[in-house]
Design a protein around this ligand. Structure first.
Ligand SMILES: [Zn+2]
Length: 136
């Protein structure tokens, strides 16, 4: 069997797995695909990364702009950042987003949700039930 066939079979199998089981399995995020072109930096697979995070794309986008101190444009699947931004910095900011807004503070599971409580937002872990406040 050719490798491509095998991969498409795997993909089809994954689609049949219920979402809640998928979320409990090992979580992988695609490697950021970054291209510097002239005076702008393009994160080409932004939407794939956000999909794997299960977070609001605009929240991730605004976070990256603030942290990188630049402005940008969000397109369908990619984002364009003004200026030449070192890929390493973008990767670091994505990792810090994951640490701040996705991983459980107790068990480090990525299966978390934002839960509003009074005026604060808590990050609630679906695996162990722990919560911690997050500032959105
Ligand atoms: Zn947890």
């Amino acid at each position: 069997m050719k490798n491509k066939d095998y991969e498409s079979l795997l993909d089809r199998a994954r689609e049949r797995i219920p979402k809640d089981i998928m979320e409990r399995s090992r979580w992988t995020m695609p490697e950021p695909d970054i291209l510097i072109e002239g005076n702008q930096t393009i994160l080409r697979n932004f939407s794939d990364i956000v999909d794997s995070m299960d977070r609001d794309a605009n929240h991730v986008y605004q976070y990256l702009l603030n942290e990188l101190g630049t402005s940008g444009t969000r397109e369908q699947i990619r984002i364009l950042l003004k200026g030449r931004v070192a890929p390493k910095r973008i990767k670091e900011k994505i990792v810090s987003y994951v640490k701040s807004f996705i991983l459980c503070g107790e068990c480090k599971a990525p299966d978390t949700r934002f839960v509003r409580e009074d005026r604060t937002t808590q990050l609630k872990c679906q695996a162990c039930g722990a919560t911690r406040p997050v500032r959105l």
